[in-house]
Ligand binder design. Sequence first.
Ligand SMILES: O=C[C@H](O)[C@H](O)[C@H](O)COP(=O)(O)O
Length: 242
Amino acid sequence: MDARQLKVEAARAALAHVSDGMRLGIGTGSTAEEFVRRLAEKVATGLTIIGVPTSERTATLCSELGVPLSTLEETPELDLTIDGADEIDPELTLIKGGGGALLREKIVAAASARMIVIADRSKMVETLGRFPLPIEVNPFGLRATEIAVAAAAGRLGLSGPVTLRMTGSQPFVTDGGHFILDASFGRIPDTRALSNALHAIPGVVEHGLFIGLASAAIIAGDGVQTVHAARKPGSSTDHDVA
Ligand SMILES: O=C[C@H](O)[C@H](O)[C@H](O)COP(=O)(O)O
């Protein structure tokens, strides 16, 4: 089975968790798009849900396919979010933001009672960090923020290139009007410490570490497997104050 077929398998399995009347957060990326396509088929045959998209790209696809949409202003509490990820560790801590949608994705996931991640098995890792960590930053003071990010990482023993994401010759701009720094720190043994350190930098709007947000992951490989978070008792999310 090729990578796209695995994404389709995971997306299809996620549909089993969607029921009539649900308020649904809808993720961004190639795997989430496969979910939107399957969801649209169900909606066409009578499933009633209301979706809150995590990006303009997802909103456009939902509109094209007839998936009814709302906003977090109208529907601030959601039952379930289905989204992809760039990396997933055994505690279901994630790296997200490869498509630049991490800020809205995190806001939507945090407004949801549950988040289910859908992915092919290539996304599962023992320790996060092979995929560069996307960090969404305010364009104001970009160079100062880059230096602060590198310094904060250095205090945690992390180092590596921090590069501004580009689209052609221009910086990539997120739906929120921000830039993305991609931080190639390698293995991140303490995601909580890095999360706190990045949140303490004023120019950092949000980062792509999702800690304590995903309750399950549907992983397609040799068959489809549902992985539940192996969370330590009393552990917190990246929205808790350190
Ligand atoms: O910003 C994008 C999102 O976090 C995506 O969910 C993530 O990059 C995974 O995308 P894909 O399913 O295309 O690998």
